[in-house]
Design a protein around this ligand. Structure first.
Ligand code: SAM
Ligand code: SF4
Length: 403
């Protein structure tokens, strides 16, 4: 290992993953909002997820139309996690081991995902879908999931966020099933750093997956990288250079407190301004004239110094140092069918149990409207800031929420 790779993150504080904190209160309604936990232990007596007591309802939600919240935002960008498992163990996301997986019975089936997406698009105005996880490619029926969604929604942009391990064998089938575009997570171009960061030696598989995706015509392809101080923070320019040379858009994501080791520290975050400064040593950045809209990434055009030709694009997602919560248009569903109105929420709303109990489309849509009406202002609370002292990390890790 080189000297630059010897940094280790602070020793993790042991926090029992998957513990469920449940508030007390009246008996739950379908779709009750509850204090959350990560995946819950299976109850062999019940096929579906358990209902949680302790509904906290925020009243005043609209009873028709889309997914509005109390702060005037409207969620049109749907992210659905299709599995909590993963074939990598990125240090900023998952613990090395000990992750409790959802029992198969609690995972949404392909038909359940299809139904939930149909309600979101047809009844609630969702305009785009991102499929995520865990690692979506770990699901053997991913092509079937996508084909079902595509059959109901011929014009819906369907994107996939993946680590691309195994994509070389499935890129064409995913394209044929109706996948529109791809984000591939790749934090480093060095095999040894990749193995350290993901705890698996699979860089070659990711690169093979990317090649196959391009050959299958799955584009545009964006590369997502999380920069970690002392591990891959020297790779900003090499990653941009490599990405734009290959026709990919490079995106840097600030490290967020959603890791399984609970070792996140604000001082270890590489801030967006430092990422921009590093890129500007080699490239000229100019604001993308297409603007940002509700997109999480601030997008830049990239030109090599002294050249006028456009080399490509870079996006920077600065959730920690330059939060964009006021423009957030996202609504999330976890792999066990729970609505999360915010990545950092401490509440979830159980949509899957309602679906399994026979709720009709309008019933499901209203549960979703109620859940989104209660969306916090920012970062899981009505106060802004991930680095503030009273910020409480959600119990679920990024992999169990669906990034
Ligand atoms: N396994 C797939 C992948 O890695 O692309 C999809 C799921 S992963 C949770 C989705 C995205 O979340 C990835 O781009 C990953 O880099 C990002 N991510 C995971 N943990 C993160 C953290 N603590 N802070 C910022 N981004 C994170
Ligand atoms: Fe797996 Fe993606 Fe999390 Fe890495 S970031 S551990 S690939 S879910």
């Amino acid at each position: 290992m080189d000297a630059e790779h010897t940094h280790t993150r602070p020793r993790p504080v042991s926090v029992p993953l998957g513990a469920t904190v449940t508030s007390t209160g009246p008996t739950a309604q379908l779709g009750a909002i509850r204090s959350t936990g990560g995946p819950r232990p299976a109850d062999p007596q019940r096929p579906g997820p358990q209902r949680e007591p302790g509904a906290v309802r925020v009243t005043g939600a609209p009873t028709e139309g889309g997914l509005q919240d109390r702060f005037g935002r409207v969620a049109t960008d749907l992210r659905v996690s299709v599995i909590d498992k993963c074939n990598l163990r990125c240090t900023y996301c998952m613990p090395a081991d000990g992750m409790p997986w959802l029992p198969q019975t609690q995972l949404m089936s392909a038909d359940e995902i299809r139904r939930i997406v149909r309600v979101a698009v047809h009844s609630l105005g969702a305009e785009e879908l991102r499929i995520t996880g865990g690692e979506p490619l770990v699901r053997k029926d991913l092509e079937h999931v996508i084909a079902g969604i595509r059959a109901d929604n011929p014009d819906l942009p369907i994107a996939l966020t993946t680590n691309a391990v195994g994509l070389d064998r499935r890129a064409q089938a995913l394209k044929d099933a109706g996948l529109s575009r791809l984000n591939v997570s790749l934090d480093t171009l060095h095999p040894e750093t990749f193995a350290e960061l993901t705890r698996r030696p699979h860089l070659d598989k990711v690169l093979a997956g990317l090649q196959a995706a391009r050959a299958a015509g799955l584009g545009p392809i964006k590369i997502n990288a999380v920069l970690l101080r002392g591990i891959n923070d020297t790779e900003v320019v090499p990653l941009v250079d490599w990405a734009v040379s290959n026709g990919f858009e490079m995106r840097f994501i600030e490290d967020m407190p959603l890791d399984g080791d609970r070792s996140w520290s604000a001082t270890n975050v590489i801030p967006a301004r430092d990422i921009r400064a590093a890129i500007e040593e080699t490239f000229t950045l100019s604001a993308d004239p297409r603007g940002r809209g509700a997109a999480p990434a601030e997008r830049w055009e990239v030109r090599r110094h002294g050249e006028t030709a456009l080399a490509g694009h870079v996006g920077i997602i600065s959730s920690v140092t330059e939060p964009f919560c006021a423009a957030c248009s996202r609504t999330r569903v976890t792999a066990d069918g729970r609505i999360r109105s915010c990545l950092f929420s401490h509440e979830e709303t159980d949509l899957l149990t309602a679906l399994r109990d026979g709720a009709d489309d309008e019933g499901l849509a209203q549960i979703w409207r109620d859940a989104m009406w209660a969306k916090p202002r920012a970062h899981g609370s009505d106060r802004v800031g991930l680095a503030r002292p009273d910020f409480v990390q959600p119990e679920r890790t990024m992999s169990a929420i669906g990034g």
